[in-house]
Design a protein around this ligand. Structure first.
Ligand code: FPP
Length: 254
């Protein structure tokens, strides 16, 4: 039986986030420059998007460029940005055909003009698509996102649009880049590193975490499906006991 058919499509995570890691090491193993790894990472991006769409995942967030990545050598940044522009151009048709909406999170005003323009164009052209929302995290840092949220909320308090007592999780959530999205259910990181690296810190509060040794350029649909199967074999308790969940399941079955 192939791996995809083992997945229960009624119980897939709504929101999957991926830390795409290991491009540099993949290239080094082949005796090539780091940028060769990034170029080969594009196929893994395409496969992951297709795989998510095939099993009815509603939101897929990919960590494409962090605020910390600006510290990399300029040449590497330039290659990543031009890969972004060419991939967006190449993928537009496929996004439309598969009814996929592109959005982005992060401080995208920091992107080079060309990348910024291309990104906004694809976002605009795909805005009415409904099958899957693909979020690219670009120039994204979770702490920066939280700091910005606090600034916006403080301004509302100063302007008396909001009382301090009214600040709750929902208010904070509504001031994050991800305010329209459900919480992350499942976070995947490739390449064997077991870190969060300033990604969606607030949104992963109850996410299941999955780490695989596969380096990003080798990541294919089967790896994604394997991860989803692993997720489906877990029990998410949200702080409750197994017995409480069992009782609830029995009640809903009645
Ligand atoms: C991490 O590998 C990967 C990135 C910083 C960038 C991810 C970019 C792509 C997959 C290319 C295209 C992206 C899009 C959205 C079209 P690393 O360089 O940190 O690897 P290392 O840890 O082995 O050095």
């Amino acid at each position: 039986m192939d791996i995809k058919s083992k997945i229960n499509t009624k119980n897939t995570p709504k929101h999957v986030a991926v830390i795409m890691d290991g491009n540099g090491r993949w290239a080094k193993k082949k005796g090539m420059a780091r940028v060769f790894g990034h170029k080969n990472g594009v196929k893994a991006v395409r496969e992951t998007i297709e795989a998510a769409a095939e099993i009815n995942i509603k939101v897929l967030t990919l960590y494409a460029f962090s605020t910390e990545n600006w510290n990399r050598p300029k040449k590497e940044i330039d290659v990543l940005m031009s890969l972004l522009v060419t991939s967006l151009k190449d993928e537009l048709k496929r996004l439309q055909k598969n009814n996929i909406k592109l959005e982005c999170i992060g401080n995208i005003d920091n992107l080079p003009k060309k990348a910024h323009k291309e990104l906004l164009e694809v976002v605009e052209k795909t805005k009415d698509n409904t099958h899957l929302t693909l979020i690219l995290a670009l120039s994204y840092g979770s702490r920066e996102e939280i700091v910005n949220a606090i600034k916006k909320i403080s301004k509302k308090v100063v302007n008396k649009e909001l009382l301090t007592e009214e600040i709750d999780e929902k208010i904070i959530n509504n001031h994050l880049y991800t305010f329209t999205l459900p919480d992350v259910d499942f976070l995947i990181r490739t390449s064997g590193e077991q870190r969060i690296s300033n990604f969606l810190l607030w949104q992963i509060a109850y996410a299941e975490l999955y780490f695989t040794n596969t380096l990003w350029p080798d990541f294919r649909k089967e790896h994604f499906f394997e991860a989803i199967l692993d997720y489906q074999n877990r029990e998410r308790r949200f702080g409750k006991t197994s017995e409480q969940l069992q009782d609830r399941n029995e009640q809903t079955e009645k």
